[in-house]
Design a protein around this ligand. Structure first.
Ligand code: HEC
Ligand code: HEC
Length: 162
């Protein structure tokens, strides 16, 4: 009776070990693809995760992949690793900026592959589906109205420069 129970427990453990190792292999397969020219995204990013990042950039800016990527003129095929357009480098700069803001001002932590989480800002927050977010004054100021606040005379004078 006792032996029988132990046997069942062992079989149970064994099958879960097999289950875990096949799942690990499947995850491993997802990681196999290595990208050639990553300078800001983690090198261990999986294909699925990279696709998700690219889709979110594409949608945030309201563009197609070719807005940042270019094709190899010899093969006439898209070469994702190529740095052929200034927009791609600009996107890297934007990613660095966004990451630094989240890390420094929103104390954002890292996710499982070491990417800083989008705690405070992300691409869509400024881009809102467009490639060129504008620097605009608030609406009342644009209509030529004075902002709310004390009249100029009551505002503290700027101290003279030392
Ligand atoms: C806003 C610009 C932008 C858009 C839009 C964009 N990408 Fe990217 N993509 C980049 C940047 C920047 C990198 C490099 C990231 C780095 O340096 O870590 C990159 C890297 C990649 C890579 C890795 C290439 C390698 O081997 O180094 C692939 C694949 C890729 N993008 C596919 C796509 C696809 C597919 C789309 C459309 C769904 C897309 N990208 C849309 C900017 C963009
Ligand atoms: C704090 C606001 C802000 C955030 C966050 C932001 N951007 Fe931008 N982005 C701008 C501004 C402003 C411009 C300049 C627009 C222009 O030149 O007309 C710009 C320009 C760009 C351009 C160049 C467009 C062109 O035609 O040259 C790319 C590419 C870009 N951003 C990608 C991104 C990506 C990808 C992210 C997220 C990782 C991001 N941005 C996050 C404000 C932001």
């Amino acid at each position: 009776m006792l032996l029988g129970k132990k046997f069942i427990v062992t079989i149970g453990l064994l099958s879960s070990v097999i289950f875990i190792s096949t799942t690990a292999m499947k995850q491993g397969a997802d990681e196999v693809k290595t990208f050639k020219n990553l300078k800001v995204l983690p090198k261990n990013i999986s294909e699925k995760q990279l696709d998700a990042v690219m889709d979110s950039w594409k949608l945030s800016l309201g563009v197609q992949c070719g807005f940042c990527h270019s094709r190899n003129e010899e093969t006439k095929k898209m070469d994702w690793a190529l740095d052929g357009k200034p927009e791609k480098e600009m996107a890297r700069q934007m990613y660095r900026m966004t990451t630094n803001i989240n890390k420094k001002y929103f104390k954002a932590g890292k996710d499982s592959i070491g990417m800083i989480m989008e705690m405070g800002v992300n691409c869509n927050m400024c881009h809102k589906g467009g490639a060129h977010p504008e620097v605009k004054a608030p609406e009342p100021m644009r209509r030529g109205l004075r902002p709310q606040g004390p009249p100029a005379a009551q505002q503290p004078a700027t101290p003279p420069a030392q």
